[in-house]
Design a protein around this ligand. Structure first.
Ligand code: ADP
Length: 397
């Protein structure tokens, strides 16, 4: 039996999901948190039960070793040899990586060189890659990039209206993120609609703590709301989304903050948290708004209106749309947000049934059968995409 592990390494965390392939069955999943700090937390699911252990885990290598030991001690695997592949989520692939790749020393160097574009994420991703190479040097390792799916965008989508040499000299352009998720729901939508991707125009709404919308034409990303960094686009949990760039020096002058500090505000203190002053979590805002809190309501209005406008503009971008897809924590679960995003879109052929919208976390059509534009909830599965890419690359070797 072949087992593939999907890894998402952050600077102090490591999420894992172990698959039996090719059946695509999830065998176990878990997370190591607070790596490098005191009282690190190791959590693993065994027989639908979450087992937690608090202990000091000094670095990612120790975390990987502990993960493998736990797989053995919980009888999930009997030897390391059962794990035949590992897939690593990597945030930034720049223009270099347009698809998942087999990891070599050169690939690691390239990912590190792209750290300038993703200073918080790429170095952490590389730490995870290195830890696995050390502990399991002989298994096939694959890098799966958040940006890769959006590399099909035309220049008119990815170029900023700036001096052209900024693009040439500094790589300043829109890259887009959440690519693995947008790709997954595109494939599923094609299956669910029973139509080839090549003939579909989709608007995919990945709405989680981070949120991005994409226009997907013929199975290829045509445009997306995030930009040079994941800060751009719609309002998010704590991120501002698009703002007038002239605000940065203005805020600096008014508050005495440095550019770095303002960027921190835009990333961590803005979005729904900033507007509401209450929380970045949609569930909190929904319940506060229901109790009549105006600022919670306002934060939801800003969020919803941004998504609604992107749908209109992406429908124009593709000269029409065949289906609108909702995914990620909010998209999959919040009937309230979906309803408010969809309300009023009848003018462009979106006829949806409020009764069908009362579902959460499952694949479901929300449109009336006669609606020219379909509306579908598709729970995303980035880990499965990673595991699949590992298998494809393993088969090629
Ligand atoms: P991340 O971007 O961190 O992966 P998720 O995709 O998990 O985020 O989405 C987190 C968001 O989903 C939070 O705002 C949370 O409130 C929201 N969410 C999760 N479950 C529900 C629910 N049942 N109803 C409404 N919102 C939900």
């Amino acid at each position: 039996m072949e087992k593939t592990i999907a890894i998402n390494a952050g600077s102090s965390s490591l999420k894992f999901q172990l698959y039996d392939m090719p059946s695509e069955t999830v065998i176990t999943a878990g997370i190591v948190e607070r790596i490098g700090l005191k009282d690190s937390i190791f959590t693993i699911s065994v027989d639908d039960e979450k087992i937690k252990e608090v202990t000091d885990i000094p670095d990612h290598e120790v975390a990987v070793q502990m993960l493998l030991d736990k797989l053995i001690s919980h009888n999930i695997i009997s030897s390391y040899d059962e794990i035949t592949g590992v897939g690593h989520r990597v945030v930034h692939g720049g223009e270099k990586f347009t698809e998942s790749v087999y990891i070599t020393n050169q690939v690691i160097a390239d990912i590190e060189a792209l750290s300038e574009l993703a200073p918080l994420h790429n170095p952490a991703n590389v730490t995870g890659i290195r830890a696995f190479r050390k502990v399991l040097p002989d298994i096939v390792a694959v890098a799966v990039f958040d940006t890769a799916f959006h590399q099909t965008m035309p220049p008119s989508s990815y170029l900023y209206s700036l001096p052209y040499n900024y693009y040439e000299d500094y790589g300043i352009r829109k890259y887009g993120f959440h690519g693995t998720s947008h790709k997954y729901v595109t494939e599923r939508a094609s299956d669910l609609l029973g139509r080839p991707q090549e003939e579909l125009r989709l608007i995919t709404c990945h709405l989680g703590n981070g949120a991005s919308i994409a226009a997907i034409e013929g199975g290829k990303s045509m445009d997306t709301s995030m930009g040079f960094t994941p800060l751009a686009g719609v309002s998010m949990g704590t991120r501002s989304g698009n703002i007038d760039p002239a605000l940065v020096p203005f805020i600096m002058e008014k508050t005495g903050k440095s550019a770095e500090q303002v960027l921190d505000v835009l990333n961590k203190e803005s979005g729904m948290l900033g507007v509401s002053g209450i929380s970045s979590d949609l569930r909190d805002l929904e319940s506060e708004a229901a109790k009549g809190n105006d600022r919670a309501e306002l934060a939801l209005d800003v969020f919803v209106d941004g998504i609604h406008k992107y749908i209109g503009s992406y429908a124009a971008r593709m000269n029409g749309v065949d289906a609108i897809i909702f995914t990620a924590g909010i998209g999959e679960n919040s009937s309230y947000i979906r309803e408010r995003v969809l309300r009023g879109l009848e003018f462009m052929g979106v006829y949806w049934d409020p009764a069908l919208n009362q579902v959460r976390g499952v694949e479901a059509f929300l449109n009336y059968p006669h609606s020219p534009v379909k509306v579908i909830i598709i729970p995303t599965n980035e880990e499965l995409m990673i595991a699949r890419d590992v298998e494809v690359i393993r088969a090629q070797r």
